[in-house]
Design a protein around this ligand. Structure first.
Ligand code: NAD
Length: 229
């Protein structure tokens, strides 16, 4: 089976109703990223950070996967599909994808501030100050905040280097190190980029740019790949 690797960003979930932040003047749901999605913000105002992620988590229970998430799952009929997502939502899983790596963490999980290996799935949407891990320390969102290390990046780079086909969807390719994964994909591997605002990238070999929204562009590529290979 050919290995098909998919790198996704906030844009794939936009049509499900989850806002990207670069499309909203650099704000994420009315907040500056530095105020809610950094370790410094957590130290300064943990209540605000918890509330921000509680609202994101609550919203997640109100949205559904869209045609793009669902089409990607269909690729598993013919390919060994690995999704690498920068998204913290669970719409790939709910769309049916079985191998999903969350580079930047997962909204529905929380972890200990004392021991990063203590990760829990939260019941419901609300994490409060005073909610503690089994060792007695405050729980925090299981999110890789801006400025924090991305523990899964090396594994993602290896997967990217093994791709027979590579598809990038809905990412501004501005957030590193995730944006650098394209550089690990072999030059002769066919690559697709689906984003209505994509810019040309002449330095990437074998790249087809589809300037469409994910909900229409992804199902087209999926149908093509399922018919061809
Ligand atoms: P980004 O906000 O920087 O860029 C979004 C990209 O999606 C843009 O290039 C835009 O043109 C494109 N886009 C917008 N609508 C689209 C559509 N309908 N179909 C296809 N593409 C569309 O997002 P990023 O590069 O993923 O970086 C944002 C960071 O913020 C990520 O690391 C992520 O962790 C976090 N984030 C996550 C979510 C989520 O989990 N749903 C939402 C917002 C931000």
């Amino acid at each position: 089976m050919k290995k098909l690797v998919v790198l996704t960003g906030a844009g794939i979930s936009a049509e499900s109703g989850l806002k990207t932040f670069r499309d909203s003047n650099g704000l994420w749901e009315e907040h500056r990223v530095e105020d809610v999605a950094t370790y410094e913000a957590w130290v300064r105002n943990p209540a605000l950070v918890l509330e921000f992620y509680n609202q994101r988590r609550k919203q997640l229970y109100e949205v559904q996967p869209n045609a793009a998430h669902i089409a990607l799952a269909k690729l598993e009929e013919k390919f060994d599909v690995q999704v690498i997502t920068q998204n913290v939502d669970d719409l790939h899983e709910r769309g049916g994808s079985s191998q999903v790596m969350h580079l930047h963490g997962e909204l529905k999980k929380v972890r200990s501030t004392a021991d990063p290996n203590l990760v829990y799935t939260l019941d419901g949407w609300e994490l409060k100050l005073g909610d503690k891990c089994e060792k007695g320390s405050q729980l925090r969102p299981h999110i890789v905040w801006f400025g924090e290390a991305v523990p899964l990046i090396e594994e993602a780079a290896v997967l990217s280097s093994q791709a027979d086909i590579f598809i990038v969807i809905g990412t501004s390719l501005n957030v590193y190190p995730a944006a650098g994964l394209l550089n690990y994909v072999p030059g002769n591997t066919p690559k697709f980029l689906v984003d209505p605002n994509a810019s040309p990238m002449p330095w990437i070999r074998n790249l087809t740019i589809v300037k469409e929204k994910a909900g229409s562009g992804v199902p087209k590529i999926v149908d093509e790949l399922l018919q061809k290979d």
